[in-house]
Design a protein. Structure first.
Lengths: 335, 281
């Protein structure tokens, strides 16, 4: 299958994989696949060839991830900032993407066999319509598979993603599905493009650059960041193992930081609920102070109703997103 | 068989742990020696072994020059190709040493960086704000070379209020003390604000975009996003530091802020100066 290279690890690789797996393993790894153009310059080939080799390396890396029981991978394929590149390069990348998605759909059986769910994260409306339609077909076709997940960030920046999540929450308020006081860190997280995935445990950036370039800024706040100097098309199994080792080193302190953050979040939510209940009681009460038990009951009721509102809103949001994709696929069918 | 693998894994991690501790130990030892030849030789020995060490570049121990040296911070700053407008010191270590952090802040300002932020994962600096400020003022007196009676004046920005220093300013820097609440929580608060505006029909959801959100999250129009984060400590993560603002920030890791030297800071700045930002192009 073109998107995931067939093959198994050799003996030494298998041995190393088994040793690594004795420790904590990341369940979700994100890659910033940087260095295609520098690789092309180094090998004195066309830029487009660099990108093609980059895609082949992605296929190989996905194979290694599966061998290492890493079942979710997110990659940064194309940033909204990349539209600033020359028309030739952008068109070339769009064409490459289109071919890869068409090829993907031709290998439907293999996808089903491996249970690969493909998701594309980003503002698809910025892409050419035919590419949008191919993407929609691939996503809809693999929606129900759940053995492993590949998230491709295309026409994506983290700021756009966060702003979009805020816009969706505002839409929810407009529709009367949620109140502005329901807005919380957890809810924002669930309105991101990546809402169906857990946060990445490990973020790897190749080619030696040491920045995040507007990639998963919200989701990677407590992830292990590994910057490696190898160029993406030259990435090897051992580079991946090295990154995983560093993840294992950082595992405990990061777990601690994450737990602490979660506790803080829960406390903030509790206090917010308390404030809302106090507000409600003030407005609707008869002036008499309630005893502790009634107050506790009111709080529980409020929390339950807030959670119900939020679930309804998230259902409506998911439906909106699904309809967008299904509309694209029916357009493609008619064309 | 699983037991064997687990055993090997344990051994591997113990070895790597010992290796890391040795490197740090050597680094502190070598710093105290003035023999540059020694330090270079030992480094040459250590670097090939350091295959799985995160940042081999930071293994090179600084030549042991400590307090008492006259710092030519201003000239050093001008010698760099580019200086960050805004540097953030991310302390990812358990016990912060106020003196060392104060040193770093003062050096950054002396070198010519206009905005300096200090961040830790537990919000300790926020809570002990005044202690940090006192320490900084103290270090400012001790360490700076008073070149031509130019004194640095520091404007402390804390929770939006501005405290003015008494001295007349000819060179001004801004210090911000940040905590995790300035990160995701601020974004959520901005989102709540926008949703309230929508609730009250002052805005529609379609009005919300990156620019609108950015202007809400920018503390003041003149404060730039951090160009460089210097991370101190072994943990390889941003630990919740300003998620919105770090989209183009360079991250340079240093092993520890404890006994950090000016040379450590300067070599990090030199490394920053050689970074090439293509901004998507």
């Amino acid at each position: 299958m073109s998107w995931i290279r067939e093959g198994e690890l050799n003996l030494i690789e298998k041995l190393s994989a088994n040793i690594l797996k004795a420790g904590p393993m990341p369940k979700h790894v994100a890659f910033i696949m940087d260095g295609n153009r520098r690789y092309a310059r180094k090998r004195q080939v066309e830029r487009q060839e660099g990108h093609t080799q980059g895609f082949d390396k992605l296929a190989e890396t996905l194979r290694w991830c599966l061998n290492l029981s890493i079942h979710e991978v997110t990659v940064y394929a194309f940033s909204i900032e990349n539209f600033k590149r020359s028309k030739d390069e952008v068109d070339g990348l769009m064409e490459l993407a289109k071919q890869k998605f068409i090829r993907l759909l031709e290998e439907q059986e293999n996808l089903e066999k491996h249970g690969v769910c493909i998701r594309v994260l980003g503002d698809l409306t910025l892409l050419p319509l035919d590419l949008q339609q191919h993407i929609a077909r691939a996503v809809v076709a693999t929606r129900t598979y759940n053995k492993c997940f590949l998230n491709v960030c295309f026409a994506y920046t983290s700021r756009h993603e966060i702003a979009n999540a805020v816009r969706e929450m505002a839409w929810g308020v407009e529709q009367g599905l949620i109140k502005s006081s329901d807005v919380s860190e957890a809810l924002l997280g669930q309105c991101l493009y990546s809402s169906n995935s857990p946060n990445p445990d490990l973020l790897i950036r190749t080619s030696g650059e040491v920045r995040l370039s507007d990639f998963l800024l919200w989701q990677t706040s407590h992830s292990c960041l590994v910057f490696q100097s190898v160029l993406w098309p030259e990435y090897s199994f051992w580079n991946l193992c090295d990154a995983i080792l560093q993840y294992q080193f950082n595992h405990r302190p990061l777990q601690k930081a994450r737990d602490q953050h979660r506790e803080g979040q829960a406390l903030q939510q509790y206090e917010a609920d308390l404030a809302c209940v106090a507000d409600l009681l003030q407005h609707h009460g008869n002036g008499k102070p309630l005893d502790a038990q009634r107050r506790q009951e009111a709080l529980l009721n409020y929390t339950a109703s807030r959670e119900e509102r939020v679930q309804n809103f998230l259902g409506a949001l998911q439906h909106k997103r699904d309809s967008f994709l299904t509309d694209l696929t029916s357009q493609a069918a008619l064309a | 068989m699983a037991v064997v693998y687990e055993f090997v894994w344990q051994v591997l991690h113990v070895l790597l742990h010992i290796h890391r501790t040795l490197i740090t130990w050597f680094r502190t030892r070598l710093r105290n020696w003035n023999g540059q030849l020694w330090s270079r030789a030992l480094t040459a020995l250590l670097v090939p072994i350091a295959l799985s060490f995160p940042n081999p570049k930071n293994l090179v121990p600084a030549p042991g020059k400590r307090v008492g040296r006259r710092y030519r911070c201003g000239t050093d700053g001008k010698s760099l190709e580019k200086l960050p407008d805004h540097i953030a010191l991310l302390i990812a270590e358990e016990e912060p040493r106020y003196t060392d952090i104060a040193n770093l802040v003062v050096w950054c300002m002396a070198v010519g960086i206009s905005y300096v932020s200090v961040y830790d994962n537990y919000g300790v600096f926020r809570r002990n704000n005044s202690r940090l400020m006192d320490e900084i003022l103290k270090q400012q007196q001790e360490l700076l070379d008073l070149e031509g009676s130019k004194q640095l004046s520091v404007e402390f920005l804390n929770n939006g209020t501005v405290k003015q220093d008494q001295q007349v300013l000819s060179c001004q820097s801004v210090l911000k003390v940040l905590s995790p609440d300035d990160g995701k929580l601020r974004i959520v608060q901005a989102a709540q604000q926008l949703c309230r505006a929508v609730e009250q029909r002052e805005k529609t959801s379609k009005d919300i975009n990156v620019t609108v959100l950015d202007s809400l999250l920018r503390e003041s129009k003149s404060t730039p996003d951090p160009d460089l984060v210097l991370k101190f400590g072994p943990v390889e993560s941003t630990l919740g530091f300003l998620p919105w603002h770090i989209r183009l920030t360079e991250f340079i890791s240093l092993p520890s802020h404890v006994d950090v030297s000016y040379e450590d800071l300067f070599s990090a700045l030199q490394r920053y100066a050689s970074c090439e930002q293509r901004l998507g192009k």
